[in-house]
Ligand binder design. Structure first.
Ligand SMILES: [Fe+2]
Ligand SMILES: [Fe+2]
Length: 301
């Protein structure tokens, strides 16, 4: 049957405190910054979320860029204290999101909880222009030895009031296909649906739903619809991250732009693997609300 038959209700837990505001710092991104030439750009993504919860603040790191060198250099240039990061979440197992993680763990003294889908450790391959390994540069044992407290999770996980990981995203939109990725399963060489792909879904009271993606290999529209379902918040306020439309055909790009126009978010910030062609088209369709990401910038939501 259709996964949509499973009706997911927002958590029944009644929180005594609410998310008050959320600011994002783009720590690693493909696009260089015009304002800060100290920062390095690379094909990768890492976003620091800073959330106020009454008297407490919570710092969550979403992905870790492609290399320890760039991750640590930019964190230092942005005055980010790695010890203050209370939680690390990975969007999926590709190297450009996981590659900086060991550097962070080795730099820190305290252990840190790490939320990711268990299949981030499955073999991740691409075939063009030849067979390349594009997965995480570590094993689970190495992560744990370096201080990660592993919390493998396939389903949505609540991290704070209104803040969730999506876990595995149901693939409902016919135009949002996954192509070009391979894995090895039961000793069979097979297309990789990247089922470990997930995003963050944040319900910011007074604003609406905020979706923060890694690569959105599940499809950015699939991801938004699932985020609406698991949070119970229909009104989309912002979409930020990689939309993985590099190499997508015009039909898919147009379908994505139209769906986003219908959803009507006030803030659309595509970056990383969105691709220049898709970015231009999204800006054409969505107008001023759509602006590309750049490394080092802070987004107050
Ligand atoms: Fe990526
Ligand atoms: Fe990816």
């Amino acid at each position: 049957g259709s996964p949509w038959r499973v009706i997911l209700k927002p958590s029944a837990i009644i929180y005594q405190y609410m998310l008050q505001n959320l600011s994002l710092t783009i720590v690693v991104e493909n696009s260089a910054s015009l304002e800060n030439d100290q920062l390095q750009a690379q094909h990768g993504l890492s976003i620091l979320l800073d959330m106020s919860l009454e008297s407490e603040s919570m710092k969550l790191l979403w992905d870790t860029g492609a290399t320890p060198e760039v991750m640590l250099h930019n964190a230092d240039a942005l005055n980010i204290d790695l010890e203050e990061i209370g939680l690390i979440c990975l969007s999926h197992g590709h190297y450009d999101h996981t590659g900086g993680l060991m550097g962070i763990l080795q730099e820190r003294t305290a252990p840190v909880p790490l939320i990711a889908h268990p299949e981030i450790f499955s073999p991740k391959l691409k075939l063009r222009p030849y067979l390349k390994y594009i997965g995480a540069p570590f094993t689970r044992d190495q992560l744990e030895a370096a201080g990660a407290v592993m919390l493998p999770c396939r389903s949505p996980a609540t991290l704070a009031p209104g803040v969730m990981t999506t876990g595995e995203v149901p693939r409902m939109e016919v135009f949002e296909t996954v192509e070009g990725f391979w894995t090895v399963k039961n000793e069979q060489y097979t297309p990789d649906p990247i089922s470990d792909d997930q995003s963050l879904a944040v319900h910011l009271p007074g604003k609406g739903l905020i979706v923060i993606s890694g690569c959105a290999h599940s499809g950015i529209i699939n991801t938004i619809r699932y985020a609406q379902r698991i949070t119970g918040e229909e009104s989309l306020y912002a979409v930020i991250g990689g939309f993985h439309l590099m190499g997508a055909d015009n039909k898919r790009i147009d379908s994505t732009a139209r769906a986003l126009l219908d959803l009507g978010p006030a803030v659309v910030r595509p970056g990383h693997c969105t691709g220049q062609k898709a970015l231009s088209r999204l800006q054409e369709v969505l107008g001023e609300s759509c602006q590309p990401l750049a490394v080092g910038e802070t987004i107050e939501l």
